[in-house]
Design a protein around this ligand. Sequence first.
Ligand code: PGA
Length: 279
Amino acid sequence: MNKREKIIIGNWKLNGSKQLMQDTLVELGQAINPHHAANNFTLAICSPSIYVGEMIQLAMQISNKLLIGCKNINTDPYTFTGELSAHTAKAMGCKLCLVGHAERRTALNEGNYSYHIKVKQLLAAGVSPALCIGETLEEKLAGKTYTVLHQQITQALAGITLGDNTPLYIVYEPAYAISSSQALTPVFAQAVHADIRRLLSDILGATQANKIAIIYGGSVNHDNALNLIAQPDVDGLLIGCANSNLQHFRAICNKVFSLAPVFNYATERKDYENHMDAS
Ligand code: PGA
């Protein structure tokens, strides 16, 4: 039995406007506030960095369970014009930062070693890295999923030490599932997440591995979210396109947070199954 919290991360990709910020935060307030007393969930939004400061100000008025994050930092901490660093993200108030999103891995040719540096710099600054990993369709078809994940995780996390105050998140997103309507089935996602946890255990030890939230991303929507997050090793969801429908996004959050107290608890699992039967 594990007691990891459930986490939902909304990825705004390149979207954003003053109106979207306000509408999102009103909707998310409605998703969070009824469940505020439960401690075991977190909701985060990663917006384009130009909106982060204002998002943080607005989010503080809504809930301390609503975290705002950014989507990349540079490995150079001081001199790369146009980029963000771990310490500027921290100074702005970001609580988390995506590292190695597939859209960057494939298009920008960034390597695992750069992700290692980014993870280290974020942890040192006190900003949670959300390390994105995942295979391409070609790699999957060649039977290389495990090998690719093994390489991505070991190279990014070798020698990393985790403290208690800045959690590390792992986001498993098969590249072919992103914004494609080809989400993994819950059973398949669970199998890969369990492999990832074993890899984490080899690198960081079982105690740390059991604490790390492993988040699934890739075409999560209103229809598949609950079945995915109900898997024992699927601790969260990264949601891109579907968070642009604010009512759907709020409904996903609401359902997940209302069930957060019973996920993963074998004796109360029946409550979840009954809920699924009834919905
Ligand atoms: P998607 O995007 O939900 O549209 O597949 C996932 C992501 O932002 O990585």
